[in-house]
Design a protein around this ligand. Structure first.
Ligand SMILES: [Zn+2]
Length: 207
C-alpha cells in the first residue's frame, strides 16, 4: 500500500500506465460511477470523505515528510511534523481515469485542519508569537526551545484505485500538500492563489 518509499519500486502513477479517459463507452456502469463520484464524492455505499477520515492515521504518518515544505519560508518554525488531521469537510475530485474494467483511478484533494507540531528557538519566539497562530504546548521544552502546535486548513492530495464492483479502495497513495502561498493569519486557511487578497474561508484581508 505504501508507494514511492523504495526507489526500486515504480511510482504509484507509473504502475497504472493504462489509465486512459477514452474507453468509458465500453461499459454503462463506469460513466454512472464516474459522474456520481465527481458530483457527490460517493458511489453506492462508498463515500470518499468517510474513507479519508477512516485512514487519517496513515495520512498523518505520510504527510509528516511534507511538513518541511509547508514551512520552508518560515525558518523560525523548526522541525515541523504532522501530529493530527481533523475530519475533512470538503473533498474535490480532480480526475477520474478508467483502468481495467471495474477499476477507477481517482485523483482527489481533501481539505482538512492539519495539526503541526514544531519547535521555536526562544529568542525567535518572543519576536514572532503574535505573528503566527501558535498554540504553545510547552514554553520551556528545553533550555533553548519552545514547543508549539499550529493548525492550518490545507489541501491534501491523494490518489486511489477504486473497485466499483465491491465498492472498495484497492490501493492508495498520499501525494503531499497542494502548493500553498502561506496561510490566513486569522483562521489558518491555506492561501491557494498567489493573487489572493482576501481569505476564501473567513473573508478577512490576508495582508
Ligand atoms: Zn481566514
Amino acid at each position: 500500500m505504501v508507494a514511492g518509499s523504495n526507489p526500486a519500486e515504480p511510482t504509484f502513477e507509473a504502475k497504472f500506465p493504462q489509465k486512459a479517459t477514452d474507453s468509458f463507452q465500453k461499459s454503462h456502469v463506469l460513466p454512472e460511477a464516474t459522474e456520481q463520484l465527481r458530483r457527490e464524492g460517493k458511489y453506492k455505499s462508498f463515500l470518499i470523505s468517510e474513507w479519508f477520515n477512516g485512514n487519517s492515521e496513515y495520512f498523518v504518518t505520510t504527510l509528516s515528510k511534507y511538513a518541511e515544505e509547508v514551512f520552508s519560508s518560515y525558518h523560525e518554525l523548526e522541525s515541523p511534523d504532522v501530529s493530527y488531521i481533523e475530519e475533512s469537510d470538503k473533498i474535490e475530485i480532480e480526475d477520474i481515469y478508467k483502468l481495467e474494467d471495474d477499476m477507477l483511478y481517482i485523483d482527489a484533494i481533501a481539505y482538512a485542519d492539519v495539526v503541526f507540531s514544531m519547535f521555536i528557538y526562544k529568542p525567535d519566539f518572543y519576536l514572532i508569537e503574535d505573528e503566527y497562530l501558535l498554540d504553545v504546548q510547552d514554553y520551556d521544552w528545553n533550555e533553548h526551545y519552545v514547543w508549539a502546535e499550529m493548525i492550518l486548513y490545507l489541501p491534501i492530495k491523494f490518489s486511489l484505485v477504486f473497485n466499483i464492483l465491491n465498492e472498495q479502495v484497492k490501493e492508495f497513495e498520499v501525494n503531499g500538500f497542494e502548493e500553498i502561498f502561506g496561510w490566513c493569519k486569522s483562521c489558518g486557511a491555506a492561501v491557494i492563489s498567489d493573487a489572493a487578497e482576501v481569505c476564501y474561508r473567513c473573508e478577512k484581508q490576508l495582508f
